[in-house]
Ligand binder design. Structure first.
Ligand code: SF4
Ligand code: SF4
Length: 434
């Protein structure tokens, strides 16, 4: 591993760390989980619990390193609630101890929801935790892969936990993974999340799971559980079609927010869509720091916070190179792509296929991203224009309804070999005429 050089000149003013206080330990056994296998990386006898000294060391260093008014801490797993409530009470105590004047501290915790109860939710509410809860859609879709250690379905337990969040008015959002089982059901998933889970903020994360023994980002094969590129694109279009009918300004879908920002001329905020990355790291229960949550692998270990400072590792040449490679390895096909301003080639972990002209390094999801970002071009331009003129982007709903009505008329008159009236540049028979 390259020597880590401290370089205050390149130190980011803020960065993000996903902390895994129980390492990869989880009470569920979701079939597509990329983290459960990490257990084998730890030495024998490891208890997988972050100790108090290490926790204090981390919180002190992390708060000191952030040069922003809002300092956000993120707790993840494995399953972080397996640490018990006292651990998080201590987290809050330590945050108060090291909080800088005129700053605000925020906590986000991602959970499968199974252990939530009145006590947890009273604590979350009292301390303003933002909770992310993982739900893959209605029961039959959620239970396809999200099972417990005995292989049993978990939907009912998760909904039970979700109800505690609602009961106590805890702020929450839903993280839904998109995979082979729910990928063809965007409408069912979206209406479920909106009307039953009653979430106002949703994230849809594609499952692109490598098929190998190591659990590392190696090889070019993906498992059959993975969503296909086309399926992911159609899933996002399906969600968009539902959202734009009545929910703009009421429900927030992360990728749509990112897109509106990009169409308005801002660089996306989500690492996967930025030109470079490297400011979203992962910290294990033992203090090991890794370049990214998706690269918790020996080759991407930057060091341990008990031996080197967090700031030093985040600013290291090694980490800078990790982030810069995202841009420098972009194939020509991406550099010339019409939606590059939004996509930037996506996450490097998924760049495992070849471009049509044979260059390595194209994103497995490319076909889906291309189709989706082109599909939303017209409404995004409309919304960005509304924003520029200080009008509500939600006006797009009336605009879209009108456009849909004229399109339906054009579809009814189109022949199979005509260019599709939707603007996709594909033949009608391969597009809306399918
Ligand atoms: S590798 Fe992917 S997930 Fe990790 S920081 Fe880069 S873009 Fe983000
Ligand atoms: S849509 Fe495809 S070609 Fe365009 S930037 Fe994204 S991955 Fe590259």
């Amino acid at each position: 591993m390259a020597e880590v050089v401290s370089s205050p000149a390149t130190a980011p003013t803020s960065f993000h760390v996903m902390v895994k206080p129980r390492g990869p330990i989880c009470n569920l056994d979701c079939k597509y989980c990329y983290f459960l296998q990490k257990e084998s990386m730890a030495p024998k006898g490891d208890k997988f619990r972050m100790g108090d000294d290490l926790l204090e060391n981390y919180i002190r260093q992390y708060i000191e390193a952030q040069q922003t008014q809002e300092v956000s801490l993120a707790w993840q797993g494995g399953e972080p609630t397996l640490m018990g409530l006292d651990f998080f009470k201590r987290v809050v105590e330590l945050e108060k101890k090291y909080q800088k004047p005129n700053t605000r501290i925020a906590n986000a915790l991602q959970t499968n929801g199974v252990l939530l109860n009145d006590e947890w939710c009273e604590f979350f509410k009292a301390n303003d935790f933002l909770i992310g809860i993982s739900i893959d859609g209605p029961k039959e879709l959620h239970d396809a892969y999200r099972v417990d250690k005995g292989g049993k379905p978990t939907f009912d337990k998760v909904m039970h936990g979700l109800n505690f969040l609602k009961k106590h008015g805890v702020e929450f959002n839903v993280l839904t993974t998109v995979h082979a089982a729910n990928g063809n059901h965007p409408k069912e998933v979206y209406t479920f999340l909106r009307d039953v889970a009653e979430t106002t903020f949703m994230q849809f994360i594609p499952i692109v799971e490598r098929d190998n023994e190591t659990g590392y980002q190696e090889g070019h094969k993906v498992t059959p559980r993975s969503v296909t590129a086309r399926q992911y694109g159609e899933f996002l279009m399906g969600i968009f079609d539902e959202w734009i009918k009545r929910d703009v300004g009421q429900r927030y879908v992360q990728i749509f927010d990112e897109a509106l920002g990009a169409w308005s001329g801002y660089e996306p905020s989500l690492c996967i869509f930025r030109e470079t990355c490297g400011n979203a790291l992962a910290l294990g229960h033992d203090g090991d720091l890794f370049s990214c949550d998706h690269f918790v692998e020996p080759n991407y270990k930057l060091g341990n916070i008990q031996e080197k400072t967090l700031q030093e590792m985040v600013s290291s040449e090694e980490q800078r190179r990790f982030g810069q490679d995202k841009k420098d390895t972009l194939p020509r096909y991406c550099r010339e792509c019409e939606v590059r301003f939004m996509c930037n080639g996506g996450c490097p972990k998924n760049r495992i296929i070849k471009t049509p002209d044979g260059e390595e390094g194209l994103n497995y999801l490319c076909a889906g991203y291309k189709a989706f970002f082109n599909y939303i071009d017209v409404p995004m331009r409309f919304m960005a224009n509304e924003l520029r003129h200080r009008r509500a982007p939600a006006n797009v709903m009336a605009f879209w309804a009108q456009r849909e009505a004229s399109l339906q008329e054009a579809f009814s008159k189109a022949s199979r070999n005509d260019v599709c009236p939707c603007g996709s540049k594909q033949k009608f028979k391969h597009c809306h005429g399918r």
